[in-house]
Design a protein around this ligand. Sequence first.
Ligand code: PBG
Length: 323
Amino acid sequence: MVQIIHRPRRLRKSEALRSLVRETRLSADNFVLPLFICPGTGVRNEVSSMPGVHNLSVDEATSEVSAAFDAGVRSVILFGLPETKDELASGAFAEDGIVQKAIRSIRRTTPEMIIMADTCLCEYTSHGHCGVIRDGEVLNDESLELLARTALSQAEAGADVVAPSAMMDGQVGAIRETLDDAGLENIAIMAYAVKYASGFYGPFREAADSAPSFGDRRSYQMDPPNAREALREAELDYSEGADILMVKPATVYLDVLKMVRDRFDVPLAAYHVSGEYALIKAAAQKGWIDEQRVMLETLTSIKRAGADIILTYYAREVIRALS
Ligand code: PBG
């Protein structure tokens, strides 16, 4: 018989032993629940490609957030479906815009909830792009002012965190300066710093009605094969004043997440996006996988790779599973 000295199996013998030596633990405080706010009252429309996710009118969202808080969710991020869209995304920065209304209502009802607002234009532009268009091109510098106005109106409505996701160069700096000039220097910025042009956003574009009417987002979102470029993007947002950096999507970019983790000491977020959620849901509905187990394994992998914060449509379910 060979002499085996090290036997890793010794510490896998029982759940108590496995738990004793567990390296990564999910906790309820890690999760951010995305919500889609739509016009009307009493509206609760399920998104067909995202079972369990709904478009909610402000009143419904408000009660949903209050119930989520009772269930342990401590943070939400809001996306808006405006009544009307136009070339310049005026609904994104209107004082009575859909997200601004939702922020005020949630703030009143559930004051302790951390309210994050996604700062982008694509849900509000008639063409569905994340910036201003001229001659078929998405203009960078002309879009910054609109993004900064959007962030300002979200912060004025009561958001704790604004989260610029348009991938315009300089957007974090423009927003930081605008917030500071308005005396809102304590509003944090969570930068979608490393955001890839991904096929995994498909179901979100149904949920937020934000698919571009022509072309795609490859001229501003990152090219999926690039990893070193992610460090440059993260560096830029960090130097412009981002408080939290984000990598998105999460699971197919765990290598990138790890690289950003190793290089930066600011809190790091990862967005487990709509398509990543839909894949698990669909296979589970067919009975092909154990949904809870795959959900936990997936979210654990994101944390293990280095995320402190995970944005996920599974926020409620994972918190329930952990309690
Ligand atoms: C806005 C935005 C998108 C997502 C978050 N913010 C869509 C996009 O860039 O097309 C995607 C989130 C998801 O798929 O869950 N620009």
